[in-house]
Structure formats: C-alpha cells, structure tokens
Design a binder for this molecule. Structure first.
Ligand code: UT7
Length: 301
C-alpha cells in the first residue's frame, strides 16, 4: 500500500505482526471478550461489578460510551459505566481512578478495560503511521486487598501544549463529518513521530523513576518493567535511561504493534500467563501517549 519494506518496519519499530478487527467487529466486542476473561480469571460475577471503566480513543460511537455496551453485553447491571480518554496512557489513568475509588470506599469491584480498534482511524496511505498500529483489548478486575498486594502507587500527568504532535482532528464536534474533513484526512491519526519518540523516552523514564520513589522501592525490588508498547527503540531507550537490566523489561510490541490503551493490559495478561509475572511480583507500569499524557504505576501482583 505504501513505499516501505518489512526490513524498515522491523528495524525502526520492532513490529513484526499486528491484529486487525474484522468488518463489523468493534472496540466494545474486543473489550467484552477481555472483560469476560478477566472476570472468569478473578472468579467474579458480572453482577458484583460496581464500576466499569473503559479506556479508549476509538469508542464504538460518539455516545454512549463503549463501557455502556460492555455493561449490556456482560449483563453487569449493578455497575456504573463510563469511558476515559487519555490515549496510550488511558489504562494507567483508569488504574489511578479505580485505585482512588477503592481506597475511598466508593467501590469494591472495578472492571478496568483498555481497548482499541486503531485500524479504523489509521490512514493506510501514510507510511509514517500505517505500519505502527494494531487492534486489541485487555482487562483487569480491581478489588480491595487485605494483604500487601495490589496497587502500591500511581502517577499521571499531561501537557496540553503539545497536543499537535499526536492527534486526530476529526470525528468530534469541532470538525463534524463533512467532505472537507475527509479531503483533509481528519478522521485519521496524525503524528510527528520523531518528536513523539523523544518525549516518550524522557517522560516514561521520569515516570518510572518517580513511581519507585512514591512506592518506596528500588530497581532491585522490581521484577518486571512493562512499558507502553509503541516501538522497540523507545522501550530500549527508556530502559537504558533508567538503567534497568534488559531481562526485567517486558516486550511484545513485535506481536501486536501499538495498541494504545490496550497495550499495558495485554502485556500484563501475557506476562502472567507465561510466568514472567508471578504472585507477589512487583511490576512497574509506564505509558505515554497523545495529549501528551503519561503516567506510571507500581503494582504487587
Ligand atoms: O503510542 C504513543 C506514542 N507513539 C509513539 O511512541 C511513536 C513514536 N515514534 C516512533 O516510533 C518513530 O518515530 C517512528 C517509527 C514513527 C518513525 O521512526 P524514526 O526512526 O523516528 O523515523 P523518522 O520519522 O525520523 O523518518 C526517517 C526516515 C524518513 O525518510 P527521510 O526523510 O530520512 O528520507 C521517513 O520518511 O524514514 C522514512 N519513513 C519510512 N521509510 C520506510 C517513515 N516511515 C517509513 C516507513 N517505511 N514506514
């Protein structure tokens, strides 16, 4: 479709394969499947869910939220349900919110989902972006814990001055769907890759350092660093910046590409299933995305 090569994509991004939804399949469908798997894994019934938080930039429709469709699909009718939008950092924003709701006693069981169908907002004639993004979803169930496991600390931050570097101008009320929107390709992701790259490394590195301080941990206490999976070179540069050994860094960008808000929960799920994350292990989660937004969390699993 564009002037690129498999070699360029592999060496410049680390991406080898990606998953793309089928026609008729939507973000809520991916989120529903992830949610049902997470509930089963946690042995929690949908009727016991108090809050459903769906982190996404590719909701099914303008409104209602994508969380509403998941609620309907899984029949979690005792819950409130809403979306949050913090691009690739969405899952960590959701985790901070879920942690606060639980710690203040406002909720006991929270279903947190990160899901995207980025293929629907990707311009497959733009080689700067079309080789990067994939579709997917992941989910987690958060509950109060009576031992020292759980969310140890969270951190989130944004800088709205830099929004032009990674954005989608259309599909909102500012630029309603007119022929101009389509001619100017406003329905697609636009990114200044090189600038985003630099900010991602600095912000994720700083966020990882900060969360260790907040949680009173050192890198020796950390079993796994899970960064947002956007580019292998960003992951490597972040790990190098904070001097964490490569064997403590989780990588699956080669399999899924950049799945935005889904990237962290997919990685957590895979790390648990493959034994990279065991019970009592401490993971540092860190992400960066459009906005800019960034954040981190320290979690004892
Ligand atoms: O998820 C949230 C955040 N997103 C990210 O973190 C993504 C951050 N950015 C990146 O991952 C990288 O910047 C990219 C993968 C997007 C681009 O890699 P890069 O090494 O920064 O490349 P570049 O933009 O500096 O471009 C280098 C060259 C350019 O050609 P010239 O001007 O040197 O002749 C591009 O036109 O590579 C060219 N190029 C490509 N060539 C073949 C850009 N995309 C492609 C492509 N195939 N797909």
């Amino acid at each position: 479709m564009v002037d690129t090569t498999d070699e360029w994509i592999r060496t410049r991004t680390g991406i080898e394969t990606r998953y793309i939804v089928e026609e008729g399949q939507n973000t809520s469908d991916l989120g529903t499947e992830a949610a049902l798997n997470a509930l089963k894994d946690a042995n929690v019934s949908p009727k016991d869910v108090d809050v459903i938080i769906f982190a996404t930039i590719t909701g099914d429709v303008g409104f209602p939220s994508t969380a509403i469709f998941v609620q309907k699909n899984i029949e979690a009718f005792n819950a409130s349900a809403f979306d949050i939008q913090a691009a690739c950092t969405g899952f960590l924003y959701g985790m901070e919110l879920a942690d606060a709701l639980i710690c203040t006693g406002r909720a006991k069981t929270i279903l947190l989902i990160g899901g995207e169908t980025l293929s629907r907002i990707t311009d497959f004639t733009d080689r700067n972006t079309c080789v990067l993004f994939g579709d997917g979803a992941g989910a987690a169930v958060l509950q109060p814990s009576d031992d020292d496991r759980g969310v140890l600390a969270t951190f989130t931050k944004s800088d709205g001055r830099l929004y032009e570097l990674l954005k989608m101008d259309g599909m909102g009320t500012k630029n309603p769907p007119t022929s101009r929107q389509y001619t100017e390709k406003m329905q697609y992701i636009q990114m200044e890759g090189r600038d985003v790259f630099k900010h991602a490394v600095t912000c994720m590195g700083d966020a990882a350092e900060l969360i260790l301080e907040k949680a009173n941990l050192t890198y020796d206490d950390v079993d796994l660093l899970i960064t947002h999976q956007a580019n292998i070179r960003i992951i490597d540069a972040t790990a190098k910046r904070i001097k964490i050994p490569a064997d403590k860094v989780y990588i699956n960008v080669h399999k899924y590409g950049n799945t935005s808000a889904a990237s962290i929960p997919i990685a957590i799920d895979e790390a648990r299933k493959t034994g990279r994350l065991q019970s009592d292990d401490v993971a540092v989660l860190v992400a960066f995305g459009g906005g800019f937004t960034w954040g981190s969390a320290a979690v004892r699993f």
